[in-house]
Ligand binder design. Structure first.
Ligand SMILES: Cc1cc2nc3c(=O)[nH]c(=O)nc-3n(C[C@H](O)[C@H](O)[C@H](O)COP(=O)(O)OP(=O)(O)OC[C@H]3O[C@@H](n4cnc5c(N)ncnc54)[C@H](O)[C@@H]3O)c2cc1C
Length: 427
């Protein structure tokens, strides 16, 4: 039996793609394969689950804003609780950084994007922040800079990723997507477009195509094979000489209990959002983030290190104790002394599947195989748009209709006619 589409990977990208293909082509036979025992257990499950609709790049903004609006619609209109909390993002900035960002921020404000600026005194008072770290010799040695401003973006927050995964899985199933868990794709099935039935096909004089997948549960044939295998994408594509421009880096999250009064106070700080929760807080340099997780009574902390962190595809990346101990902790405690003595009670690591071209998703097709990946650390907040664009490419349409009606040219995220506006708000 041949499927119209076989999708590999039930992370958010694969699930959203499956759902949107059925929205566009309800009659098509779609199979979704996942090697793990359930949906969203790859890097989707490792995510910090944060989103923001605040980017300079129109590409970034279109993908994130339309997806966020869709999630809001799912929660508010369809009544599927995604536990969205509009806690905002709060970047702590030095005066130098603020000065260099000002022209970009003014332009964004002209485009209607909302933000608020807080001064140092307010941040010190509300957050118990130690803004003037330059007075501390150790902090100076570490190259830490004083905080002079806070930039708060209100159209931002967190979502329950498990609930979002469930939503797409349910809706995809309801529309007839067949899903098989515990099935690993081992190889792409390569065949000539016009088989002659000769042993050893395809020969160099034949035009070859991807005709499906060879898996731990047998062969599944497809008119279109769609890879949404996240960080593992190159493992399948390198073998057939297709460059997907995706490379992976380990990212680690450390969870610290809010078991002291001063930490509880920081978690439930008032004045930044209606939830009276600490916004997603990003330190000046190194850009460590701190997320309040009230359901767990803990804070999560993470830093996306670049050089010399290796590119590596791993099945079970491990968090490194010393990364927290000698890295994250040393910086956080300088700005937020409330964390003095805090050690993580839990930690995990996942992989960012970076698109090495420009940090935006890649969605393209070659030889009847489609690639949908390169979330680059912001795939949760862009997954709905990515699914719609992938579905439009599958259906042979030039434009995808994002949630809210914006038309997005499919080739903008492809390889040949790629057109991604650079992100000027690099903070
Ligand atoms: C630590 C961390 C924090 C993050 N924080 C955020 C955040 O705050 N906000 C945000 O927007 N994004 C964040 N992300 C990124 C986000 O999680 C991803 O971009 C998003 O979930 C999309 O993932 P995906 O579907 O491409 O990949 P995955 O979720 O990894 O899905 C790929 C799936 O393919 C399966 N697979 C792979 N190979 C095979 C095979 N051969 N056969 C069968 N199945 C296969 C895997 O098992 C996996 O389930 C974070 C990521 C990490 C690691």
């Amino acid at each position: 039996m041949e499927y119209d589409a076989v999708i590999v990977g039930a992370g958010l990208f694969g699930l959203s793609t499956a759902y949107h293909i059925k929205e566009l082509r309800p009659e098509d036979k779609v199979l979704l394969l996942e090697r793990l025992s359930g949906p969203g257990q790859g890097n989707t499950a490792k995510s910090a689950a944060m989103f923001r609709s605040f980017f300079y790049s129109r590409t970034n903004l279109a993908l994130a804003d339309s997806s966020i609006e869709f999630y809001k619609h799912v929660q508010e209109d369809l009544g599927f609780d995604l536990r969205i909390k509009w806690i905002g993002y709060l970047w702590l900035l030095s005066s130098g950084e603020y000065r260099s960002l000002k022209p970009v921020l003014s332009e964004m404000s002209r485009r209607g994007l909302e933000y608020r600026i807080y001064d140092r005194e307010y941040l010190e008072k509300t957050l118990g922040l130690r803004a003037e770290v330059s007075a501390d010799e150790e902090a100076r040695l570490m190259g830490l800079v004083d905080v002079d401003y806070g930039l708060l973006v209100p159209k931002a927050g967190c979502i329950d990723v498990d609930a979002l995964v469930k939503f797409y899985e349910n809706e995809a199933r309801k529309r007839g997507v067949e899903i098989k868990y515990g099935v690993e794709v081992l190889d792409l099935l390569i065949e000539p477009k016009e088989p002659l039935g000769l042993p050893g096909e395809p020969f160099i004089w034949q035009e070859a195509r991807v005709a499906g997948v060879k898996t731990s549960a047998g062969v599944f044939r497809a008119k279109k094979t769609i890879l949404a295998a996240g960080a593992w994408m190159p493992l399948l594509l390198d073998k057939v000489g297709i460059e997907c421009h995706i490379k992976s880096k380990k990212r680690q999250i450390f969870s610290v209990k809010a078991d002291k009064e001063e930490l509880k106070k920081l978690m439930h700080v008032e004045g930044f959002n209606r939830e009276n929760l600490l916004p997603f807080l990003i330190l000046p340099r190194p850009k460590i983030w701190v997320k309040a997780v009230p359901e767990e009574g803990s804070f999560w902390m993470c830093y996306s290190d670049d050089f010399p962190r290796e590119f590596k595809v791993e099945d079970e990346p491990q968090p490194e104790g010393e990364f927290y101990e000698y890295g994250i902790y040393q910086v956080v405690v300088k700005y937020l002394p409330q964390f003095k003595g805090c050690r993580p009670h839990a930690a995990w690591a996942g992989l960012y599947a970076y698109c090495t071209l420009d940090g935006q998703p890649v969605i393209f097709e070659e030889h009847d195989v489609m690639v949908v990946g390169g979330g680059s650390g912001s795939g949760v907040m862009k997954a709905d748009a990515v699914g719609r664009i992938a579905a439009a490419l599958y259906a042979g349409e030039e434009y995808a209709k994002l949630y809210g009606g914006e038309k997005f040219k499919v080739s903008r995220l492809g390889l040949r006619e790629r057109k991604v506006e650079p992100e000027k708000l690099v903070i």
